[in-house]
Design a protein around this ligand. Structure first.
Ligand code: FES
Length: 100
């Protein structure tokens, strides 16, 4: 029997939207699936277009390029939405410009 992965609530401060994100999805994947025009370009942790502030909650940050997010930025609560999986309900604010 397939195990159902836990889902968390993601609040996106820029739009006021609240979406659901599975524990095995990135915040960016969940946002796109929900129809939100979240800024991104590479979706692989290398361009920083999806850089966001983690306002509340916990995430797992997957491997990414140092140029996209430095250790100091990560300490300051910056995340890459394309590399972040939720570990709790989270609130985020995108800071990047993506394709716009
Ligand atoms: S979209 Fe490029 S780092 Fe996230």
């Amino acid at each position: 029997m397939a195990r159902t992965l836990k889902s968390y609530t993601v609040s996106i401060a820029n739009t006021g939207a609240t979406i659901s994100c599975r524990a095995d999805q990135t915040l960016l994947e969940a946002a796109i699936l929900a129809g939100i025009d979240y800024p991104y370009t590479c979706a692989s942790g290398n361009c920083a277009a999806c850089v966001s502030q983690l306002d509340a909650g916990k995430i797992d940050l997957l491997a990414h390029g140092d140029a996209a997010l430095s250790a100091d930025q990560a300490k300051a609560g910056r995340i890459l939405a394309c590399r972040a999986r939720p570990k709790s309900d989270v609130t985020i604010t995108w800071l990047g410009r993506g394709r716009k």
